[in-house]
Design a protein around this ligand. Structure first.
Ligand SMILES: *[C@@H]1O[C@H](CO)[C@@H](O)[C@H](O)[C@H]1NC(C)=O
Ligand SMILES: *[C@@H]1O[C@H](CO)[C@@H](O)[C@H](O)[C@H]1NC(C)=O
Ligand SMILES: *[C@@H]1O[C@H](CO)[C@@H](O)[C@H](O)[C@H]1NC(C)=O
Ligand SMILES: *[C@@H]1O[C@H](CO)[C@@H](O)[C@H](O)[C@H]1NC(C)=O
Length: 568
């Protein structure tokens, strides 16, 4: 299995912890629907739910690794990629050719999902390490994954990478090869930029965050720069000039990258405060990354720390604000809700992400975590310090969601949980059939708004009108434009919430909405739009494409250079 190199890095930095008392920048304060949440189990995912992305209003894709999954392709072989119908819970096999094990995913600006990287086990003649897989969502059950590594591939091996969609609708694939060998990034489609014509670009940040920098967090900020975080550190990264600007490190020695996995979220971007970006990183572990991970114990306590940083000059000067979840979690998932809150689900209270080694008391050949965290906790970023976390009314699950589990918001506003498979192959243990679970927040039991008239594309700063039907007592509405992201290993690539400027007509039947101001605030690509009542009840989130739906820019010279590199 994967092995981290042993070095002498990793002295715990005892930064002073702050208590998060400063007032929130997220304004105006919101109200939320109160009451009980419900939890239902509906079917299984057919392939283990390692990677999960909503692709249409009614479907999701699930990518696993090559293994003996129960879902079969037509020719009688096990599938490892599938499409899930969110209404019927039927799974349809998809046909990846290479091994998607620990790949990443981001949508391009034209709505095509790009899956990149993976594992070298060759099943069908294609090595997954340099795979680029394309999936253009459809409504009729005919779309499939296309890949052909002799025609298109990454310029270098990527296993456990992160990715992000940027302002021109391209994707940056960021990260290593599960070894020390490839601390670099590259663009798809490839660019001729900063002296690197189509080729990978070295990343000093990734080189300096070994030994725990896999699945780095990468987020596009409203000024077009990227926030990148791994291990214990974070930077602002300008890809146009290839410049890194260091940010303060995460306080109190907490590490948050695989296998010491935490999760991260870009908090809602709100016009009222000029879209000031604020990030929050939760969970992980204070375990040293300088130790051979095969000696890590499943009983080592996880971290309960959440660290929040406002990415303005003042916010950076003030440093990370520390808060604590009611329960420690390693391998959590942080999912944005349309009401502006964040649900923290999945994971364990002790141990770390799957690695072969010492693992007392746990089932599974690759599991190093114990004491599953069964109860989700919801976080209100606008709440008063000390009163932001709550699990009130939220039932506990009974299904452990440990290594290789995922979660996502659905268009209907529920939270879908999938995965957990701490084995190399599903035949080794049947403890984790990867049942699908759906959490319905309290808002789903209230009278809901609905709307019609969302255009197929929503361009920047352009107005469109929706005809809305609001519950009788509605005093006002806001509009949440959301990228539901691509989830794997607790990292939610491109997950985003942008509140759009909107105006309700006096008869409360017409809502005039203005598209996001710039492609830096919402990179061109797919989005789900929720109309949310002042009481915190969202409509169904219909799908649109922000921008024009055009394909990202193509530089044929850079593509030629990138495929001229002999594949690994
Ligand atoms: C990949 O592309 C090459 C070159 O066009 C072609 O010969 C080959 O058949 C393709 N492979 C697959 C699996 O489509
Ligand atoms: C990439 O990682 C794989 C799996 O660990 C390893 O076999 C391979 O040598 C690495 N390739 C490069 C070029 O570093
Ligand atoms: C959406 O949620 C509502 C309220 O929970 C439920 O009645 C409805 O069946 C759901 N629809 C879908 C498509 O999931
Ligand atoms: C989107 O762009 C990519 C990259 O150029 C291309 O491969 C893909 O076919 C495009 N998808 C659509 C729907 O045009």
């Amino acid at each position: 299995m994967f092995q981290l190199l042993v070095t002498l890095t990793g002295l715990i930095r005892c930064a002073l912890s702050s208590d998060g008392l400063s007032p929130s920048v997220l304004d105006p304060p919101s109200t939320f629907a109160s009451g009980a949440w419900s939890l239902v189990q509906h079917g299984t995912s057919g392939v283990s739910g390692m990677q999960l992305a909503i692709v249409t209003e009614t479907t999701a894709v699930i990518f696993d690794k090559v293994e003996h999954n129960p879902l079969m392709t037509e020719d009688g072989n096990p599938a490892w990629t599938a499409e899930l119908d969110l209404n019927t819970h039927v799974v349809r096999p998809l046909h990846a050719l290479s091994n998607t094990w620990c790949a990443t995913g981001s949508f391009l600006g034209n709505g095509t999902l790009l899956s990149s990287g993976g594992n070298p086990i060759v099943i069908t003649g294609q090595n997954g390490l340099q795979a680029l897989r394309f999936f253009t969502p459809c409504q009729d059950g005919t779309c499939d994954i296309w890949e052909n590594s002799s025609v298109v591939r990454t310029t270098s091996p990527r296993w456990y990478p992160g990715s992000v969609r940027i302002e021109d609708g391209s994707v940056i694939i960021f990260g290593n090869n599960a070894t020390v060998s490839n601390p670099s990034y590259e663009f798809y489609p490839p660019k001729n930029i900063n002296g690197f014509n189509g080729l990978k670009i070295p990343s000093p940040f990734l080189a300096s965050t070994l030994n725990a920098n896999l699945f780095p967090f990468v987020m596009q900020l409203p000024d077009g720069n990227l926030f990148v975080a791994a291990n214990q550190r974070a930077i602002i990264f300008n890809w146009k000039t290839n410049t890194e600007t260091p940010l303060p490190g995460i306080p109190n020695g907490v590490r948050f990258s695989y296998p010491l996995s935490g999760s991260a979220v870009l908090l809602p971007l709100i016009p009222e405060n000029n879209y000031a970006p604020e990030v929050m990183i939760c969970g992980g572990s204070i375990h040293l990354d300088s130790t051979d991970p095969s000696t890590f114990s499943s009983q080592f306590p996880a971290s309960a720390q959440c660290s929040r940083l406002l990415l303005t000059a003042e916010g950076i000067a003030a440093g990370w604000k520390v808060e604590h979840m009611p329960q420690a979690r390693v391998m959590p998932d942080m999912v944005l809700l349309p009401d502006g809150r964040v649900v923290i689900v999945n994971g364990a209270q002790t141990g770390l992400g799957g690695i072969v080694g010492i693992r007392p008391n746990v089932v599974g050949t690759m599991s190093n975590a114990d004491h599953p965290a069964f109860t989700p906790v919801v976080y209100d970023p606008t709440g008063a310090a000390g009163r932001r976390f709550s699990s009130q009314g939220i039932p506990a699950s009974t299904i452990p969601r440990l290594y290789h589990s995922t979660a996502t918001l659905t268009p209907n506003g529920s939270i879908l949980l999938a995965g957990s498979n701490p084995n190399n192959d599903i035949t080794i243990g049947t403890e984790y059939p990867t049942e699908l679970e759906f959490y319905s927040p309290a808002y789903l039991s209230k009278p809901r708004p609905s709307y019609k008239g969302l255009p197929a594309t929503v361009n920047y700063d352009s107005k469109f009108t929706l005809s809305v039907q609001l519950p009788p007592d509605t005093t006002g509405v806001t509009v949440a434009l959301m990228d539901l992201g691509f989830a794997t290993h607790g990292v939610h690539m491109d997950q985003r919430f942008v509140r759009l400027v909107s105006k309700l007509s006096p008869d409360k039947k017409t809502l005039t909405v203005t598209g996001p101001p710039t492609s830096r605030i919402y990179p061109p690509g797919p989005a789900f739009l929720y109309v949310v009542t002042a009481g915190g009840v969202p409509s169904f989130g219909h799908k649109t494409i922000v921008g024009t739906g055009a394909s990202p820019p193509v530089d044929q010279g850079a593509i030629d250079k990138s495929v001229a590199i002999v594949p690994f």
